[in-house]
Design a protein around this ligand. Structure first.
Ligand SMILES: C[S@@+](CC[C@H](N)C(=O)[O-])C[C@H]1O[C@@H](n2cnc3c(N)ncnc32)[C@H](O)[C@@H]1O
Length: 380
């Protein structure tokens, strides 16, 4: 197959991080709102699905065109080369969205696109009957933005945040893609101590362990395009072998996750076990105010309670003050805190070295970053 236009979708604010990951895999890319666009082949489909830690999905852009009438949408969709991608037995549902476009009825757009694809495939496969759709899944999306229709095929299946390790979760777990982003926005290296003192179900600590040992985040799951004939089982096998070769299983890690709630600690341990990281991450029950360490030049990356409800305000203010008391004095440590609480710095007792706006789902948060001293350079 010739070059494909691929799209790695990204949560708002994480596009630059996704782009960096795409470039690190060897693909030049452009960044747009919520997406990173790059050229690649079948190998790129396998490798990006397996490796991207911060992207939501990888899609193939099948076509992009202006459409202001249903006829236009139908004809231009039908003109695309669907037989190149979709096998005769494929299941191909159509989902859609429309923003600031004349064609605003999403159900109508979906059924028009479905009809156009069926008609094209009928002529490709010389069929007069309906397709049974019992084979591999090819999810088509029609996304209209300001009258431009972008037609894509989803290669991922379940969103890439589904790493396959979450057997249990707490009340407000972070999405794995956001947790990985929080770690990647620091300068943490695998030989430095790493602590999440509000670990909940352990997402940040587990993502740090995967990063620390260079384990591909998708190694424990399957993808929609695993079943696509033209991508092929061999290519997937090679991409998984490459991931296995690149993992650094002998890299030692000092990662600790702790939480006041012993049930959370149990959940975090179960998740660690599911992904085989039990020996690499220590989870224990502890209140943040009891945190102590003799280690230096470590990293705290954490997502404490936000105090979303009014009644919780005094509690989180006290908690942030406790955090300040414990962490402010650890001047060789770098402290990273994600919260939506607007007065976090006031209660923590120090102004952050840097702040970055991030969205945790629909909640607008800030990522407060307190940079610690750099370790001394080794003497030559
Ligand atoms: C927003 S949740 C963290 C979710 C976590 N990032 C995840 O992905 O599952 C905040 C956690 O802080 C814990 N917590 C609340 N007060 C605490 C305290 N004083 N010390 C330590 N943990 C505390 C709660 O039990 C809860 O699990």
């Amino acid at each position: 197959m010739s070059k494909l236009t691929l799209i790695a979708t990204a949560a708002m604010g994480l596009e630059a991080l996704v782009a960096k990951e795409v470039r690190n895999l060897g693909y030049e890319c452009q960044v747009d709102n919520g997406k990173v666009i790059f050229q690649g082949d079948e190998d790129a489909i396998c490798r990006t699905n397996l490796w991207l830690r911060t992207a939501d999905r990888v899609k193939i852009q099948v076509g992009e065109f202006k459409a202001t009438t249903f006829d236009e949408l139908f004809e231009k969709t039908k003109a695309l080369n669907w037989g190149q991608y979709i096998s005769e037995n494929a299941e191909f549902p159509v989902i859609g969205k429309s923003v600031k476009s004349k064609l605003f009825s999403v159900p109508d757009c979906q059924s028009i696109v479905k009809k156009a694809v069926v008609e094209k495939l009928r002529s490709t496969y010389k069929r007069t009957t309906w397709f049974e759709e019992t084979g591999p899944l090819y999810r088509i999306e029609v996304a209209l933005l300001k009258d431009i229709a972008t037609i894509t095929l989803d290669t991922s299946g379940a969103g890439l945040h589904k790493r396959g390790y979450r057997v249990a979760q707490g009340e407000a777990p972070l999405k794995e893609t956001l947790a990985a982003s929080l770690v990647m926005l620091t300068n943490w290296k695998a030989d430095r101590p790493f602590v999440d003192p509000f670990c909940g179900s352990g997402t940040i600590a587990l993502e740090a362990a995967l990063i620390g040992q260079n384990i591909a985040p998708g190694f424990n799951r399957e993808f929609a395009s695993d079943g696509w004939e033209w991508v092929g089982k061999d290519r997937w096998r090679r991409a998984r072998e490459e991931a296995e070769d690149l993992a650094r299983y002998d890299q030692k890690l000092h990662i600790i996750g702790s939480d006041i709630d012993h049930r959370m600690v149990q959940i975090a341990k179960e998740n660690a076990e599911e992904i085989g990281l039990t020996d690499l991450v220590t989870f224990k029950q502890m209140q943040v105010k009891d945190f102590m360490t003799k280690e230096e030049y470590g990293y705290v990356v954490t997502n404490p309670p936000y105090g979303e409800r009014l009644s919780e305000k005094p509690l989180v203010e006290k908690l942030y003050a406790e955090m300040g008391k414990v962490f402010r004095g650890m001047d060789t440590w770098s402290i990273y805190v994600l919260t939506s609480y607007p007065e976090f710095e006031k209660w923590y007792g120090a102004e952050a070295s840097k702040k970055r706006k991030l969205f945790n789902g629909f909640i607008r948060t800030d990522y407060y970053q307190y940079f610690g001293k750099r370790p001394p350079r080794p003497q030559l």
